[in-house]
Design a binder for this molecule. Structure first.
Ligand code: CMP
Length: 138
């Protein structure tokens, strides 16, 4: 069966004009887009989406950043999607991300790191359904 992951092109990368280049890299890496939307997270959306981080010192900053402007949310399909996509985006901190990864190429810093990628199949399903109904997945 084909696996899915969930991604967001974050407000920094959208504002910096990187949507096209990031989608091109995603497609060139063999991921098929099965759902996609241009949207903006509300405060409540961001607090709920990042609830696992709510005790972290950077939670307030994270919520403020993720609600600052529009994002692109998408569900991607590929064999081994979660792991392969995390390899494609690179380390959370772009300073530590490998050459050629999306974060190395397009991220600003550890907090404004251009893209999200689900960390497990379970979270991919939860995060995908946070943003998309079954009828929005093709
Ligand atoms: P991501 O791994 O996609 O989801 C959690 C986000 O929290 C992470 O990307 C960063 O945007 C942010 N984050 C993680 N660690 C830090 C940190 N030390 N300081 C600020 N933001 C962080």
């Amino acid at each position: 069966s084909t696996d899915r992951t969930f991604t967001m092109i974050k407000p920094d990368a959208v504002a910096n004009g990187h949507i096209g280049a990031i989608l091109e890299k995603i497609a060139a890496s063999g991921f098929k887009i099965v759902a996609m939307k241009y949207t903006q997270l509300s405060l409540r959306d961001a607090q709920e989406f990042y609830a696992v981080h709510k005790e972290r010192p950077f939670f307030g900053e994270l919520v403020e950043f993720m609600t600052r402007g529009p994002i692109v949310a998408a569900i991607l399909e590929k064999e081994n999607a979660v792991e392969d996509f995390r390899a494609l985006i690179g380390a959370t901190n772009p300073a530590e991300a490998a050459e050629g990864t999306i974060r190395k190429m397009f991220a600003t810093d550890i907090s404004e790191n251009a893209v999200h990628g689900s960390d497990s199949d379970e979270n991919a399903a939860i995060e995908g359904s946070f943003h998309f109904s079954g009828r929005e997945i093709y």
